[in-house]
Structure formats: structure tokens, C-alpha cells
Design a protein. Structure first.
Length: 408
């Protein structure tokens, strides 16, 4: 039996792959047929070589049921799989269609076409309608490359587009920063929903903030990248402290870095720290989801707790709709904004034109505090806290953004 046939039977019977290989109904069928041949030969020999009689047409139907697995399993497989479907040469990449007549069977409906950027969509979960309800909206118009005829904007010096990356609104969707070889993800222009309607006082209410397009680092700045930055800074006479976890593996997020040093890293590579609005849009998408993956609980591939530090990007489920990783978990992150307990309340009554590309209040509630986000309760990315700029916390790291010129 081919792999495709096994997959087809698994789908139609609901059996797991482990259960399927445990029973092997075709193997038993083969054994039964071999035994039938041996028995027939024995009968012929015992009858002195008389002319063999044709097998009874009911012999196959009269054979005893195979009971090497749960009672009736082999019989159920035979009954539910439509024998009229020719499974020979089935390609695992075929598109399967559910037949209308019960019990559930599948048929080959055609070949899957190659994935195209234009085929992308966003599934929007509606919490009020229940966890199983969602809406599908199209992604922004995309072109696969400059040859498609789209107008491609020039990137600032020090940044290059990743080959064959889609073009969105004139910008490559993925670029690389030459300074630290980090990948950056395009966040298209549009509205950002920050805050929540039900949470701590400094996180309410929800506010809609229009944002220009920008790039944000796919991963947090890691130990190796920060160590290289420090080494280069020392060579030109600048004093930069080590990260607190300098002895950790190079792919762990660099933590224990003061706000001024995090910003110096960003500015040395012609970038900046994210604003709170930029960070939340990268994490929540345009729909304002509670977490990068949606509004439900995460399904981690390995055990993960709040405050846990791991190599950057090893939890693929902690990924936003834009493809940015580790926004809910791993290190908390420094942001550009001063921290104010009343920021969201003041934004809510502000004119929309003033909210555009909001970079935070002019002063902090407590002197020297900046916004820190990530690693919030229940992994909620709307959660925020204020931390003094001089603090070197073993839980706080950072990532960078590249702000793009606007046409306005």
C-alpha cells in the first residue's frame, strides 16, 4: 500500500498514523490469500492431482474477520473506503475533496497550484461569536518581484531586500540589515489597535492609531550581535556595558541592557527602538488580537513559562500574522516611548490626526521610565509596564525598527 493510500484511509477512518501501522489490514489480506493458495495446493495434492475446481465466488466474503486490532476495525476500513476510487499513483500533494454521501470518503479533486503571495489571507477571530467563528480578509495587493511591473521603492543605505521576496505597497516584505545581518519584516501602513477594553487601568481603553509603513526585526537582538556591537564601540572609544547574560549561547536574546545602550545599538545601524504603537501592531496585526497567534491559548511545542529565556525564534507558534517572532514570550523589550499611566486615556480623546504615528507622551509618569512590553500575563501583548531607563534587568532585551519615509 502506498503512502498516499495510507493517508487516505487515515483521513476517512479517523485513525492516527500510529494506529494505522499497528493494524496493517492489507498485510492480513495478503497472509489470508497466501494461506488460501497453500491450502488449495494441499487439497490438490491430497486428491491425487485431480483437476482443480474454480474458487467459490463467495469464498472472499466467507473468510473470517481479521481481529488483530479492535473488533471490527478491518471490516470498518473495507466498508468506509469507496472501492470505486482508483488510488493507484495518488500524489501526496493532491487536493482531496470530501464526498457528499456518508460515510466520509475522499476523492482527488485536482493538483495544488504553487503558492503565490497573492493567495495569502488573514483569518480574523471574532471573540463575541465564539472561538470557532472567524472572518477571512484578503492580504494587501502583492507582487512577487520588481519584474512584475510594480514600482519598488529604494531602501535606505545599509539595507537590502531578500531575493524573490514579495513587494507590498512598493516595499520588499523582507530585508536584511547589513550592520548585524538581522532579518527585518515589513509592517504595511494602516491602523494599529493598542490597549484593551478589559484590563489594568494603564492598558485601557482600546485606541485606533494610524501608522506609516515600517520594518521591525524578526527576532530580538541576540547575545552574539550585542557583543559584536560592544566590541566595535570600544574600538572607537565608546563605553558600552556587557549584557548581563554575555556568557549565554550567542542565539539567546541579549538582556540586562540599559535603555540608552539599546537605543545606541539601534541608532548605530540607522534604526530606532519601536514605539509602543509599532510594537503592538507587529504583535497584534491590524485586527488587534490579544496575542500574536490570535485570542486563544497558545499550543507550545515544548514547555514554556512566562519569564523563560530561550534561543531566539525556537517557538514557531509565537509568531504574528506578519511573521515576527517572540513578541509574547522570551525577553521583555524596551520601547521608545516614555511610560505614562494615562497614555491610552489621553489618546482616546485626541484628534485622529494627532494620533498618527504616535511616539508616546512628552514626559513619563515617573521620572526616567520607558515602556516595556512582552511576557505579559496570559501572553497578552497589550500588557505594558514602566521601567527606569537605567535599569539592567535580566528579563529585558530589545529589537529594532526601520522607519520609512512617508508621502504625506
Amino acid at each position: 500500500m502506498s503512502i498516499s493510500e495510507r493517508r487516505l484511509i487515515e483521513a476517512s477512518t479517523g485513525m492516527s498514523r500510529r494506529g494505522f501501522f499497528a493494524y496493517q489490514p492489507d498485510a492480513h489480506t495478503l497472509i489470508w490469500k497466501v494461506c488460501s493458495v497453500v491450502l488449495t495446493a494441499a487439497l490438490i495434492t491430497g486428491c491425487g492431482g485431480s483437476t482443480p475446481q474454480p474458487a467459490s465466488p463467495t469464498a472472499e466474503a466467507d473468510r473470517p474477520p481479521i481481529n488483530s486490532g479492535p473488533v471490527g476495525f478491518a471490516r470498518r476500513v473495507e466498508e468506509e473506503v469507496d472501492d470505486s476510487i482508483d488510488l493507484s499513483g495518488v500524489d501526496p500533494n493532491d487536493i482531496f475533496d470530501l464526498a457528499t454521501a456518508p460515510p466520509p470518503n475522499f476523492r482527488t479533486a485536482g493538483k495544488a497550484q504553487a503558492s503565490r503571495p497573492a493567495d495569502r489571507f488573514v483569518a480574523t477571530i471574532d471573540p463575541a461569536a465564539g472561538s470557532t467563528s472567524f472572518e477571512i480578509s484578503e492580504s494587501p495587493t502583492q507582487n512577487t518581484n520588481a519584474e512584475s511591473g510594480a514600482s519598488v521603492n529604494s531602501l535606505p543605505a545599509g539595507f537590502t531586500a531578500i531575493a524573490d521576496t514579495p513587494i507590498i505597497d512598493g516595499w520588499p516584505s523582507r530585508i536584511v540589515c547589513a550592520a548585524d545581518q538581522s532579518e527585518m519584516v515589513l509592517i504595511p501602513a494602516g491602523d494599529s489597535i493598542i490597549g484593551t477594553g478589559d484590563g489594568p487601568g494603564d492598558c485601557v481603553p482600546k485606541v485606533l492609531v494610524p501608522l506609516s509603513a515600517f520594518y521591525i526585526s524578526k527576532l530580538e537582538v541576540n547575545v552574539a550581535q550585542y557583543a559584536e556591537f560592544r566590541s566595535k564601540s570600544i574600538k572607537i572609544g565608546k563605553v558600552v556595558e556587557k549584557s548581563l547574560n554575555v556568557e549565554a549561547p550567542g542565539d539567546f536574546p541579549a538582556v540586562g541592557v540599559a535603555w540608552v545602550e539599546a537605543r545606541a545599538y539601534a541608532q548605530a545601524s540607522r534604526r530606532e527602538l519601536p514605539t509602543e504603537c509599532q510594537w503592538e501592531k507587529a504583535a497584534r496585526g491590524s485586527q488587534g488580537l490579544a496575542a500574536p497567534w490570535g485570542n486563544g491559548r497558545p499550543l507550545w511545542s515544548e514547555p514554556r513559562e512566562l519569564g523563560q529565556l530561550d534561543p531566539c525564534g525556537i517557538f514557531p507558534d509565537d509568531k504574528s500574522v506578519f511573521g515576527v517572532l517572540d513578541l509574547a514570550g522570551n525577553a521583555q523589550e524596551w520601547l521608545l516611548d516614555f511610560y505614562s499611566e494615562s497614555n491610552h486615556e489621553e489618546l482616546a480623546v485626541m484628534d485622529a490626526s494627532r494620533r498618527r504615528d504616535w511616539a508616546g507622551p512628552r514626559r513619563a509618569s515617573q521620572s526616567g521610565e520607558r515602556v516595556v512590553k512582552g511576557d505579559g500575563p496570559d501572553w497578552a501583548v497589550w500588557f505594558r509596564r514602566g521601567v527606569r531607563m537605567t535599569e539592567r534587568s535580566p528579563h529585558i532585551g530589545f529589537r529594532c525598527v526601520l522607519n520609512l519615509p512617508t508621502s504625506e
